[in-house]
Design a protein around this ligand. Structure first.
Ligand code: UDP
Length: 379
């Protein structure tokens, strides 16, 4: 087959590069191992007519105006400010920790930012530069909330305690001095009408793009050798495994999604309910019909159990994995016209917008000399 651009994986990174290259007239082939596009953003309507995500809830949020402009080309987006609540000690509290979290859990009567700051000052253990996830949480909220809301959730999620992870993992969750119960505080927070899969269909719907599903690159790579550039979005260590390189494997976390279809209108009061304690093995329960306020006499819920093996969803950010990754990256950098892009290939815990940004930046930098001023947008 004759293609200019070969892309492995039809998730955010792959679809963005495919769309950008097609837009400047290149012939693009996308090889996708799974039977569908959209990577882990894939969603579909289930037997109760509810739009559910096959690989966990995906909440788009960004402060990046260029990414926001870009994604709006492929769907109509409606505003959606995600909220998460947690069941702790038989109580229900907002997460991130805010005034209400503290009042409910500890019977306090805090009402102002100053009182909240004073409560935190009394409880937190300051660290100038937290070296790991435990220090990050101690620095923000202190040991009591660490034990109740972060320690065991993290162990369930990563099979590691926060001290075994980079601070950045736990720093994803801020602390609020007010009543703001939103999970994110970004300027743009929205979901695509009709779901994410349609966004990807629109991105890939171009005469210059051919998508081949159920096609594992490593089974067919001999047939695809005439490319100008190859973009690989899978796990970086898998790429080198097939080059017969004996190198240490990187760790990934996968999720076992256990779905229940229930003959009742609602199961819980919110889309996502976290279970940070040890009383259950799952980390959270998602009830998809809350997203976009979908109507149905029935409901579907998904319990998330994270596991070591299976489809990789998360890199595991800590020093050891970073060192292993650096070795792969050295090898990757030596390859001509082969680029590693996205969460799994860069081994970075990207949010959705960061994955779009990364792919757009890569395209803009590689093609800088070929782009006319109006092509180089979304920056
Ligand atoms: N976390 C926690 N308790 C919670 C929610 C999150 O300890 O109730 C920690 C946990 O280590 C988790 C990390 O914060 O992996 C990041 O959470 P986030 O919700 O960003 O994870 P994601 O939605 O990407 O799985």
């Amino acid at each position: 087959m004759k293609e200019d651009i070969l892309i492995i994986g039809a998730g955010i990174s792959g679809a963005t590069l495919a769309e950008r290259y097609a837009s400047i007239g290149k012939k693009v082939v996308v090889l996708e191992k799974r039977g569908h596009i959209a990577g882990n953003c894939y969603d579909e309507y289930d037997e109760n007519g509810i739009l559910v995500s096959k690989y966990g809830a995906h909440l788009f949020h960004t402060n990046d105006a260029g990414v926001w402009e870009y994604v709006q080309r492929f769907a109509e987006w409606y505003p959606w400010e995600h909220k998460v609540i947690a069941r702790v000690d038989n109580k229900t509290v907002p997460i991130p920790v805010n005034i209400d979290t503290v009042n409910i859990l500890f019977g306090e009567n805090i009402s102002t930012e100053d009182e909240m700051k004073a409560w935190l000052d009394k409880n937190r253990i300051p660290f100038d530069k937290p070296k790991n996830g435990e220090e990050a949480v101690m620095n923000r909220v202190g040991p009591v909330l660490y034990e109740k809301m972060f320690k065991h959730y993290t162990k369930k999620q990563w099979d590691k305690y926060p001290e075994e992870l980079n601070a950045s993992v736990l720093e994803r969750i801020p602390v609020r001095y007010n009543h703001d119960g939103r999970y994110f505080s970004d300027t743009y927070q929205a979901l695509p009408k009709g779901g994410y899969t349609k966004v990807f269909e629109n991105m890939l719907n171009h005469p210059n793009i051919t998508v081949m599903l159920n096609t594992d690159y490593f089974d067919v790579k001999d047939q695809f050798e005439g490319f100008e550039k190859l973009f690989y979005t899978g796990p970086i260590d898998r790429f080198f495994e097939f080059q017969d390189e004996m190198m240490e494997k990187l760790e990934y976390r996968s999720i076992n999604f256990v779905t229940e279809h229930l003959d009742q209108e609602f199961f819980q009061e919110n889309s996502v309910v976290n279970y940070p304690g040890q009383e259950v093995d799952y980390t959270r329960i998602i009830e998809y019909k809350h997203f976009g306020n979908q109507q149905s006499p029935k409901t579907s819920i998904v319990k998330e159990y994270t596991v070591d093996t299976g489809e990789p969803y998360y890199p595991v950010p800590n020093e050891r994995n970073q060192q292993i990754y650096e070795k792969y990256k050295e090898k990757a950098d030596l390859l001509q016209n082969v680029y590693f892009v996205g969460r799994l290939a860069n081994y970075k815990y990207f949010n959705m917008d960061q994955a779009f940004r990364n792919a757009l930046d890569l395209f803009n930098s590689l093609e800088a000399s070929n782009l006319k001023p109006h092509d180089k947008s979304f920056v």
